[in-house]
Write a protein that binds this ligand. Structure first.
Ligand SMILES: NC(=O)c1ccc[n+]([C@@H]2O[C@H](COP(=O)([O-])OP(=O)(O)OC[C@H]3O[C@@H](n4cnc5c(N)ncnc54)[C@H](OP(=O)(O)O)[C@@H]3O)[C@@H](O)[C@H]2O)c1
Length: 336
């Protein structure tokens, strides 16, 4: 079968195409014929680390969807032919997060990911693909979709009458925007591009701010909301955005701490949190149970993920370059 490996050897491409034997499912496992895989900002960070060693031979990408084509013994919940997507943390099935789950993140330091024709996973690490979604659409869900769902809805309780702020128009942000629109919450989008803001408006964004033209976007946001601010904030930027997010939070609001788009380790002035009786909710993606709950919501609201561009298997380096350019709107996908 064909696959990609990360490569840490100097002077060679960081992504190399390889031919591998088809894996066989053991007891409790299934084999998936992967139809599509999607890229996340995390995959750029991992690619950048590949040159430092430790990731040699790792199959990249956490996100993929396909069809079950073989089943090991003792698997009762799936059949050959079922359409499935893999959950980001192979071992986080339900309940609270445990640090031990980190090693099981697909395409991460310790566990192979989805950029291969066939992947074997435990039967418990999968969810059914909603019937209204194509494989390309389903492949966008595991990281970006589940992160937005877990933070905003499972933990954040976002609903009608709330006001959401999202940073930019990448994968996590647009899932947040679509969830807000489906719930009847107001959405505020900040973006580097007026053209992207116009597209965000068509998805339900109602307050649109270009953060390049308006670097003090928190001031503009407060003016546009008559001083009320945002009840829910998808904090995707990190150090470069955190203080403005804090100055944008409504009384009793929630900052969902997720992103590192401007770097790691924000050192925000947290005083405002106390004066506004606001909360910070830290999120690392989510569990199989979060994924399944999100899929029910996607089905109920007939939500289709926003796919920016689909690349062929031979074009994986181009797909990474496109994501790195930041010119995308929504998700970048590879079709196998
Ligand atoms: N904690 C977790 O479990 C978790 C899970 C998923 C993602 N993440 C993190 O969340 C972030 C978003 O991930 P993603 O995969 O959705 O990324 P993505 O699709 O690559 O989104 C990138 C977009 O973010 C916007 N952006 C960049 N810098 C910005 C800034 N300074 N202010 C506002 N917007 C900015 C840009 O949109 P415009 O062009 O519209 O400006 C850019 O196109 C990343 O840092 C990622 O590592 C964390």
């Amino acid at each position: 079968m064909k696959a990609y490996h990360l490569n840490g050897h100097a002077g060679r491409d960081r992504l190399v195409r390889v031919d591998l034997g088809k894996p066989e499912p053991a007891d409790g496992e299934v084999r998936i014929r992967v139809e599509a895989a999607s890229l996340n900002y995390r995959d750029l960070l991992i690619l950048d680390r590949a040159g430092q060693g430790g990731l040699d031979g790792r199959v990249p990408l956490s996100d993929g969807a396909g069809v079950i084509d073989a089943i090991g013994a003792d698997v009762l919940q799936w059949q050959v032919g079922d359409r499935v997507a893999a959950s980001f943390f192979r071992d986080w099935v339900s309940g609270p997060f445990k640090a031990s789950y980190v090693a099981s993140s697909l395409g991460g330091d310790k566990t192979d990911g989805m950029l291969a024709e066939y992947v074997v996973l435990p039967a418990t690490a999968l969810v059914a693909v909603p019937a209204h979604l194509s494989a390309v659409e389903a492949a966008t869900l595991p990281c970006a979709g589940v992160t937005a769902w877990h933070g905003l809805i499972a933990r954040g309780g976002m609903g009608q009458g709330d006001t959401l702020l999202v940073h930019g128009t990448g994968g996590v942000a647009l899932f947040g925007l679509q969830f807000a629109a489906a719930l009847g919450a107001r959405a505020i989008v900040i973006s580097s591009s007026d053209e992207k803001l116009a597209r965000a408006k068509a998805l339900g964004g109602s307050i649109l701010i270009n953060y390049r033209d308006t670097p003090d976007w928190d001031v503009a946001l407060m003016k546009a909301t008559d001083g009320a601010g945002a009840s829910h904030i998808l904090e995707l930027g990190g150090p470069g955005t955190y203080d403005r997010s804090l100055r944008s939070v409504a009384s009793g609001g929630k900052i969902i701490q997720i992103g590192v788009l401007t770097g790691f380790g924000p050192k925000p002035d947290l005083a405002r949190l106390q004066w506004e009786n606001a909360d910070i909710i830290g999120v690392t993606v989510g569990s199989v149970a979060h994924f399944a709950a999100m899929n029910r919501f996607l089905t109920d609201h007939a939500i289709h993920p926003i796919v920016d561009r689909v690349y062929g298997f031979d074009e994986v380096p181009e797909a990474y370059a496109h994501l790195r350019s930041g010119s995308h709107f929504g998700k970048v996908v590879v079709k196998l």
